[in-house]
Every structure is written in structure tokens, then in C-alpha cells.
Design a protein around this ligand. Structure first.
Ligand code: CA
Length: 411
């Protein structure tokens, strides 16, 4: 699903592309020309008529749109062109601090009884519920300071993703109409709401009133917050008997081409190829599929991920986000840091470098799509194919070494 997260670490919010690393460091703001008041009001009036025809009450419409105007800042944030692609280690450094781990552990203790009740009902263990909470809003510290309706109306008016945000605005009005939330609540600039940063369509579909007061309140009710997260994950296919995955160690001479979520093998098949837990022990004996994820390429850490990792990706389609949730959850119950170590030279690729990689791949007959500076699944496939035809470790990972190789006349 499309989703915005992290008010504090706002640049992380751009990690929307499956397989794409997070985007860091925004460039200069893009100039935005706001519409005239008349133009925006005319659009708003037409929208209100549509909303009414779809069953939103007049009372809600009157309250929700009192004083609503176009918010220029929202469009500036929407237009940010990131300059760098964050590396795995940079992303982990930003999302998983000792402080966050310590506070998460405290939260696990403080809310143990409630978390157990939620686990019993929905089958999602407490450590994951607290990890999502920590990553989404820093345990409720950052739930957004933009007007929900104003932000969504601005983005729905704007042509770039009008259809998506019109749907979100309607969903938000339904949630208000239902009495769950006040018409003047605050959200992220893109309409992500409350402790879980649910977008309105997710809120409408999955939020739960767990404290029984008749309202689904993801700002002030922790029972509602934990139950809503658990309900969403459960409905997205969470398996209560399994964890998310684990860091592993690959044997010498390993075929890196086996990495990627499109390849699934049984745990015992990975074991027979020589893959072990990161500490060297055998893989667990269990009859389920796992995929290999190499978020920093062949030289970085390796992870075998299970079905619940894919479920985390339903919440947020960034492979780095999903690894961060899984790892933070493990750390909350005492697991050690990653065994793999951050390299001394952990340099982010600039967007311009990434575009060059895509362009050079295309010139050599490996179609990476239109160069956009974002390493999506098509780009990764093209990189893998290029690496294979040049006798390199086929990890599909873009970095400066790959760019040098492409420039140096690789086939
Ligand atoms: Ca409630």
C-alpha cells in the first residue's frame, strides 16, 4: 500500500518503491504556485457535492471544511526530489538507535497485559506491535501537525495524484462521519494518521475499537492502536507461529543470483547449500519457504525472510523498512545487533549516479526502464543480468563499484 511514515525522519517517507532503498537528503524546494482562492473553492464545492452524493453527512462536510484552504507546503513536500539514495546502514542508523530500543523495551513491560490481550485475539506478538509503533510515530511522539482535511484536499486538488488522494479524502470523511475522529485532527502532510500512521483507507478498513468506547481512536487509545495494527497485520496474512526472518551467513562460492523475493526455497534447501544462521549454527528445522535478501549487496549482511516479512511489506513496501521492523522487534526481546559490520566506506549513491547506472545499462542492452534515479525491481533485474554476463557476483545491487564497472567498458 502507499503509505507515509516518520514525521521526524521525513526523508524516509519516500521509501515507497518495492525493492528500492530509502531516499535521503532532499534537494532545494521546488517552487509551487498556489491556485487562486476562487479556483480552489470552486473545486472544493464540486468535491463536497460528490462527497454528499456518496453519503457523507452535511454536518460532517460543514465542520470538516471550515476554513480549509490550499496548503502550499504540502505540495512542496510532495515535490521533493531526493539527492541521495540511503544505504542499508544509513537507514538502520536512523531507525534503530539504542535509545529507541531501550524505550521499546520499557513499553513492552509497561503495556504487557494489554499487548498480551491483543496477541491472544489477533495472533501478532507484542514485540512486533511495539516495533511498528516505534518506527511509525516514535511511540506516539510524532503523529503529524498538518490539518488532515486541508492536506488531503490540497493533494486531491493537485493533478499529480489526484485520484489517489480524492479517495483518501473521502475515506477520511467517512471515518469522521462515523464518529471515530474529530473533523480538525492533525496528520502527516500526506494524511497518515495517529500512532500507527494509517492512511485514511487503511483506517477505514482496519482500525479497531478495542477499549469499547464506540470510537476507533488511533491518537489517544493504546488499546485501539495495538489492536488496529494487529488486525491490519492479521488480515494481511500474518502467521502467528513464525517470525519474520533472520540474518544468515552465506558459504564461499555462493550463487548470489538466488537473492530476491521472487525466489523461494525451503529452509532445508538453503541449509543444504551451506547457508547458516549468522552465528554459524544450523538453520531452524521447519517446513516453510524463505527468500534471500541482500540489502547492501554481496558484501553486506544477508537475510532469509519468511512470510511475515512479506506481510510487513503490505504495511510499507520498502525492503529496508521491513528489515528495520523485524530487527527492532528482535532487539526488543534481547537479540544482539547484526553480525555483519558496517563498512568503513558506506557511501550513498546520488540520484544522478543512479540515473547514470540505468542509462549505461540501457545502452549495453540491459533494459532498466526510463532512468529515474530509483532502483526499482526492473533496474535490479537489469543489474543482475549485467553482473551475470560479466562474471560478477549477481546481487542486483547498485553501488559506485558497479557504476565504475559500467563506465569501464563492461559488456
Ligand atoms: Ca476506542
Amino acid at each position: 500500500m502507499l503509505k507515509r511514515t516518520f514525521r521526524l525522519a521525513a526523508p524516509l517517507a519516500c521509501a515507497l518503491w518495492f525493492g528500492a532503498p530509502a531516499i535521503a537528503a532532499a534537494a532545494d524546494p521546488v517552487p509551487v504556485t498556489p491556485p487562486s482562492t476562487e479556483e480552489f473553492q470552486a473545486w472544493l464545492n464540486a468535491f463536497k457535492a460528490t462527497a454528499k452524493s456518496k453519503g457523507i453527512s452535511q454536518v460532517t462536510l460543514d465542520k470538516a471544511f471550515t476554513g480549509t484552504s490550499f496548503i502550499k507546503r504540502v505540495i512542496e513536500l510532495d515535490r521533493r526530489q531526493p539527492e541521495f539514495t540511503m544505504t542499508f546502514w544509513q537507514y538502520i542508523g536512523k531507525t534503530i538507535s539504542d535509545k529507541r530500543i531501550a524505550r521499546g523495551r520499557e513499553m513492552l513491560k509497561t503495556h504487557a497485559k494489554l499487548l498480551k490481550q491483543v496477541e491472544d485475539k489477533f495472533g501478532v506478538p507484542p514485540r512486533f506491535l511495539v516495533a511498528f509503533w516505534g518506527l511509525e510515530s516514535n511511540f506516539g511522539d510524532y503523529t503529524g501537525s498538518f490539518s488532515l482535511i486541508g492536506s488531503l484536499a490540497t493533494l486531491a486538488f493537485d493533478a499529480r495524484r489526484s485520484k489517489f488522494f480524492t479517495e483518501q479524502l473521502l475515506a477520511a470523511l467517512e471515518v469522521i462521519d462515523r464518529g471515530d475522529i474529530a473533523p480538525d485532527v492533525k496528520s502527516s502532510w500526506a494524511g497518515a494518521m495517529g500512532n500507527t500512521q494509517f492512511i485514511p483507507t487503511t483506517y477505514r478498513a482496519y482500525a479497531i475499537d478495542f477499549d469499547g468506547d464506540g470510537r476507533r481512536d488511533l491518537w489517544r487509545s493504546l488499546p485501539d492502536v495495538f489492536a488496529s495494527s494487529a488486525n491490519y497485520l492479521s488480515r494481511a496474512g500474518w502467521r502467528k507461529e513464525e517470525t519474520w526472518g533472520r540474518e544468515v551467513r552465506l558459504p564461499k562460492g555462493f550463487d548470489y543470483g538466488l537473492n530476491g523475493l521472487d525466489k523461494k526455497l525451503k529452509l532445508k534447501e538453503w541449509q543444504s547449500m551451506g547457508v547458516r544462521r549468522a552465528d554459524g549454527r544450523d538453520l531452524p528445522v521447519a517446513d516453510f519457504d524463505a527468500s534471500l535478501v541482500l540489502p547492501a549487496g554481496a558484501d553486506g549482511p544477508a537475510f532469509l525472510v519468511y512470510q511475515n516479512y512479506r506481510t510487513i511489506l503490505v504495511w510499507n513496501r520498502s525492503i529496508l523498512y521491513a528489515l528495520a521492523v523485524g530487527h527492532l522487534a528482535d532487539r526488543l526481546i534481547g537479540a544482539p545487533p547484526f553480525v555483519a559490520k558496517k563498512p568503513i566506506n558506506d557511501k550513498a549513491l546520488s540520484r544522478a549516479d543512479m540515473k547514470n547506472i540505468q542509462r549505461l545499462l540501457g545502452e549495453k542492452g540491459f533494459d532498466a526502464g526510463t532512468p529515474d534515479g530509483i532502483a526499482g525491481s526492473m533496474t535490479r533485474r537489469a543489474i543482475k543480468a549485467y553482473q551475470q554476463s560479466n562474471g560478477m557476483a549477481a546481487d542486483g545491487h547498485p553501488d559506485s563499484r558497479l557504476l565504475d564497472h559500467l563506465r569501464g567498458g563492461g559488456r
